[in-house]
Design a protein around this ligand. Structure first.
Ligand code: 13P
Ligand code: SF4
Length: 350
C-alpha cells in the first residue's frame, strides 16, 4: 500500500512542485501535444512534475515506456516511447538505459524485466494489476493441458511470469490471430481472455480454438446494443473496438484492433467522428495529433492503469522503489514464450 502523505512529504522536501504558469509556458512544446485535452490550469499543475521527472530520467539513465492507456500528461509529458503491449515489449529489448520505468500495469513491467534481467525495472505502483492477469495461475494452464492433451498453449501477455512460463508462446492483441494460425495443431488453447479467443476463433476458422474464461473489466462492459443505439443516434460515427470486447460488440464495430491498430486505423481513415470502444485515455492521447477527428461518445476507465500518476513516477525514480523482480528460473521459461512471440511476429512482418 502506498503511504501518500509520506510520499508527498518526501517529494516536497526535495522538489518545488507548486503549480507554475511560468514553468508551464516555458514547456509549451510538450503541452502542444495535449492542449486539446488538458486545460492550461491542469498543465500548470503537471509541469513541475514533468520537469522533475525528465531531469531525473537523465540523471538515472532511465527511459519511460508509456502504454497507450496512460493519461496524456504521462503519455506525452514523460514517456520516451508510447505504444501497445507488443511495441513496448519489443522496445524493452532495444533500449540501452540502466533503468526502465514502466508506465502501464504490472504484467508489462514483468515482461520488460523478463526480457532485460540486467536492467532495473520500476513500476510506480505495485498494485497496478489487471483483471486478466488475475484470472489465471500456472495451475490453470496445467488444467487446460489436461483437458486438451497435446494442444499448444497461446497465452496473452496480460498474465504473470509464472503463467507465461507454463505456456508455449505468448500473443498480444496485435498478433493473436496470426500466432494462433501459425500453430502446428488443429486445436489451440488460448488463455486467459475468452473474448480475444472468441474473436480469434472467428478470424481463424481452420483452428479449433478453446479458451480460459477470463475477461477484461474495461472491455467486457460494452454491449452490442450500446453500439447499435449509438450508431442510430449518431449516424456517420465510425465505431472502433478493441478485441478484448465480446465478439458481438466487435461484430457491430467498423474496425477492431489493438491500441496501436486503432491509432493506425484512425490516422489512415481520418473519420469525421469516431467512437473508440476501449479505455478512455486512448482517444485523449491521439486527439491533438488528429484535430480533424471528433472523438465522441462514452468510454470506460481502467482502474489499474489509472493507478499510475506523475507523483508516483517521480517518487519511484527518486527513491528507486517499485523494483520488479522475477525468479530467475521462472524468467528463463517465461522469456522463451515471449521471445517466441517476438520472433514469430517479426517473421510474419507484424
Ligand atoms: P494492447 O495495447 O496490446 O492493445 O493491449 C490493451 C490492453 O488492455 C493492455 O492492458
Ligand atoms: Fe487489464 Fe483491461 Fe486494464 Fe488492460 S484495460 S490492464 S486488460 S483490466
Amino acid at each position: 500500500m502506498f503511504d501518500l502523505p509520506a510520499q508527498r512529504a518526501h517529494l516536497s522536501e526535495k522538489y518545488d512542485l507548486n503549480p507554475s504558469p511560468e514553468l508551464a509556458a516555458s514547456m509549451s512544446d510538450i503541452y502542444d501535444r495535449m492542449s486539446r485535452v488538458v486545460s492550461p490550469v491542469d498543465w500548470a499543475i503537471y509541469a513541475p512534475y514533468v520537469k522533475a521527472i525528465n531531469d531525473l530520467k537523465a540523471e538515472r539513465n532511465a527511459v519511460i515506456l508509456g502504454h497507450n492507456y496512460m493519461t496524456p500528461e504521462i503519455y506525452h509529458g514523460i514517456s520516451d516511447f508510447g505504444g501497445d503491449s507488443l511495441q513496448l515489449a519489443i522496445k524493452a529489448t532495444e533500449v540501452e538505459a540502466d533503468v526502465i520505468v514502466q508506465c502501464g500495469v504490472h504484467f508489462m513491467a514483468e515482461t520488460s524485466k523478463i526480457l532485460s534481467p540486467e536492467k532495473t525495472v520500476l513500476i510506480p505502483d505495485m498494485e497496478a494489476g489487471c483483471s486478466l492477469a488475475e484470472s489465471i495461475t500456472a495451475d490453470g494452464i496445467a488444467e487446460m493441458r489436461r483437458r486438451y492433451p497435446g494442444a499448444p498453449v497461446v497465452t496473452y501477455v496480460n498474465t504473470t511470469a509464472e503463467v507465461k512460463a507454463a505456456s508455449d508462446i505468448c500473443c498480444t492483441s496485435s498478433n493473436a490471430a496470426q500466432i494462433v494460425a501459425a500453430q502446428d495443431s488443429d486445436t489451440v488453447i488460448m488463455t486467459p481472455d475468452q473474448y480475444l479467443a472468441q474473436n480469434v476463433a472467428r478470424d481463424v476458422p481452420q483452428k479449433n480454438v478453446v479458451w480460459w474464461e477470463g475477461s477484461c473489466i474495461v472491455h467486457e462492459q460494452y454491449s452490442a446494443k450500446d453500439l447499435r443505439d449509438f450508431r442510430e443516434w449518431n449516424p456517420g460515427t465510425r465505431l472502433i473496438a478493441h478485441p478484448e470486447c465480446p465478439p458481438d460488440v466487435v461484430a457491430e464495430a467498423d474496425f477492431s484492433g489493438s491500441t496501436s491498430g486503432i491509432i493506425k486505423y484512425v490516422t489512415d481513415e481520418m473519420p469525421e467522428k469516431a467512437l473508440l470502444i476501449t479505455e478512455c485515455s486512448m482517444a485523449s492521447n491521439i486527439a491533438d495529433a488528429l484535430p480533424e477527428v471528433d472523438f465522441v461518445g462514452p468510454c470506460n476507465m481502467c482502474p489499474y492503469m489509472k493507478k499510475i500518476t506523475l507523483e508516483k513516477v517521480l517518487f519511484a525514480l527518486d527513491t528507486m522503489t517499485g523494483q520488479v523482480e522475477v525468479d530467475a528460473e521462472v524468467a528463463d521459461k517465461a522469456r522463451l514464450s515471449v521471445q517466441r512471440m517476438i520472433d514469430l511476429s517479426r517473421k510474419l512482418g507484424i
